[in-house]
Design a protein around this ligand. Structure first.
Ligand code: AMP
Length: 178
């Protein structure tokens, strides 16, 4: 079934703060054939990269990464907002599109030396979250080979920041808003 996933993204103006166009993915999740098409797309990207580990970002990254990890038999690790994971963890503070700062954490034993990692999230905005996750991965000896998201807000230049920081890291999105 061919479909444009963009048709299933709901734009919510001024959420969570004035001036932000929130991209709500609930309609995708609520319609099984659409959700399956999204998972199919994620699966094809990950299959061709063939990483050792999928690192999923709390919380909407989990929704997309988990079925892919299951389908392909790839190890899944959670990158979580602070205070959720049991110790030992490593953490990184960073700034967000619509909030001041945020902190994410990963278990210190989640990734081992030399593993290739694809980071999965629902949406790439400024790239702050993606780069913070990449730093955590690299701090544990992993190598971020791709940043994979369903949506990219290209006007926020996340792709450029990620590539400037690490030219080897692919940036892949299905729906791009210019
Ligand atoms: P950033 O760190 O700026 O790239 O922001 C990406 C993270 O914030 C992702 O985890 C998204 O879920 C969330 N996010 C940022 N902007 C939006 C938006 N306009 N709509 C929905 N989620 C967003």
């Amino acid at each position: 079934m061919s479909m444009d996933l963009r048709d299933w993204v709901r734009n919510v103006p001024d959420h969570p703060t004035p001036g932000i166009q929130f991209k709500d993915l609930s309609p995708i999740l609520a319609h099984p054939p659409v959700f399956r098409a999204a998972i199919d797309w994620f699966t094809e990207q990950v299959r061709s990269i063939n990483p050792d580990v999928l690192a999923a970002i709390d919380a909407r990254g989990f929704v997309f990464a988990a079925p892919v990890a299951d389908r392909l038999g790839i190890s899944l690790v959670m990158v979580r907002k602070s205070g959720k994971l049991p110790p030992p963890v490593v953490r990184k503070e960073y700034s967000l599109e619509y909030a001041e700062t945020s902190t994410i954490e990963i278990r210190s034993d989640a990734i081992s030396d030399g593993q290739s990692v694809v980071i999965v999230d629902d949406l790439l905005a400024t790239g702050g979250t993606a780069m913070a996750a990449a730093e955590l991965v690299e701090g544990l000896g992993g190598r971020t080979v791709a940043q994979l998201s369903l949506i990219e807000l290209a006007f926020l230049d996340g792709r450029e920041r990620i590539t400037a920081r690490d030219p080897e890291c692919e940036v892949i999105a299905n729906i791009v808003y210019d």
